[in-house]
Ligand binder design. Structure first.
Ligand code: TXA
Ligand code: MG
Length: 329
């Protein structure tokens, strides 16, 4: 892999030829952005330390924050993580799909140590998106892929968002349209001694608890080292400040609404879901935050979103987007 950044990023429709080219680039140690059902990923060969190092550099991501490893199927995950009964049940229920499992790293596995930030655990996911699946098939090995945004910023749900974030820092962007879920995967610590929700995401807590019983509380942060991205207080942040639980926009604010807007109230600048559908709101969230993050607005006022189902993940992202901006980059 050359250390120079590619001069120009190509954005191409994710047809079979483009997928084959993306797989070749990955094999050469280059970075490729690709769609998943949750958000776009910034992919690198997970066995190649230099390619993985490039992911951290391009995202300006702290090296203590490990990456999710994408594999094509359960067998691929079993080669990298120590499998157990609970992992089996979760994988059967939710893979392929928006679930990431933290497992103990299989001793001697060839995964880049940098990808898992030197931890003895590994984050594994089998994505459902057909383009992600095709890329994994064509590449034939695990792909390390965080969300394709600069560290601390809003995750991309279209190829154009990726280009806004990473233009000229990635060789190729596979354009697979809008990500249908729009929220990152739910991260569950699946090691035998614990079953803990580390990050709410595209699969609601209740769906997971229906399969494996109650999930434990997330442990407190350990000296600032994040156990999941939620561990960084400010995250998923647009440039403008956010004001939560708004009922109407003030002067200079954009209103991000949810549900039927009361007649006579200030009109919504954008509405996450006029019918109050949380799946629709999740799919729209990041795209709408980006769309409102511009002049003449000076802040984004967000209406209250119910906390059930996917609302837990939506509210998690909103709270972090509204948090004081610490230097995470
Ligand atoms: O939906 C998703 O999960 C997307 C798509 C591209 O798959 N990926 C994604 O990656 O959101 P990222 O890097 O933005 O967030 C993954 C988070 C990391 O920030 C990290 O904190 C957590 O997963 N993670 C990774 N490995 C871990 C580990 N061994 N233990 C605990 N947390 C881990
Ligand atoms: Mg991310």
């Amino acid at each position: 892999m050359s250390n120079e950044k590619p001069a120009k990023t190509e954005i191409v429709p994710a047809d079979p030829n483009a997928v084959a080219r993306a797989a070749t680039l990955l094999g050469q140690g280059e970075l490729v952005a690709f769609p998943t059902e949750t958000v776009y990923g910034l992919g690198a060969d997970a066995m190649n330390d230099r390619a993985v190092a490039q992911v951290f550099a391009v995202k300006r991501r702290p090296r203590f924050n490990p990456l999710i490893i994408h594999v094509g199927d359960r067998a691929g995950a079993q080669r990298l993580g120590l499998w157990n009964e609970r992992a089996e049940r979760l994988a059967r229920a939710f893979w392929p799909g928006a679930l990431t499992l933290i497992l103990s790293r299989r001793p001697g596995c060839a995964l880049s140590l940098l990808a898992s930030a030197g931890l003895d655990s590994v984050a594994l996911r089998v994505p459902a998106h057909p383009v992600a699946q095709a890329l994994l098939q064509a590449f034939g090995g695990p792909i390390a892929a965080p969300s394709a945004n600069r560290s601390g910023r809003v995750s991309p749900t279209t190829a154009a968002h990726v280009a806004q974030e990473l233009r000229n820092a990635v060789a190729l962007i596979l354009d697979g349209g809008r990500c249908p879920v729009g929220l990152e995967s739910t991260i569950v610590d699946g090691r035998p001694e614990r079953a803990v929700l580390l990050r709410p995401g595209g699969i609601p807590r209740a769906a997971i608890e229906a399969v494996i019983g109650p999930l434990g509380q997330r442990p407190p942060e350990d000296g600032g080292r994040p156990r999941a991205p939620g561990g960084l207080e400010s995250h998923y942040a647009p440039g403008l400040p956010l004001r939560l639980h708004a009922t109407a926009a003030r002067a200079d604010e954009a209103l991000l609404a949810f549900g039927p807007v009361v007649p006579g109230g200030a009109g919504a600048t954008l509405n996450l879901s006029p019918t109050g559908d949380l799946a629709e709101a999740g799919a729209n969230l990041f795209a709408f935050l980006r769309a409102l993050d511009r002049p003449p607005f000076k802040a984004i006022a967000v209406m209250t979103i119910p906390d059930d189902g996917l609302g837990e993940a939506i509210n998690d992202r909103l709270a972090r987007a509204a948090a004081p901006r610490l230097a995470v980059d």
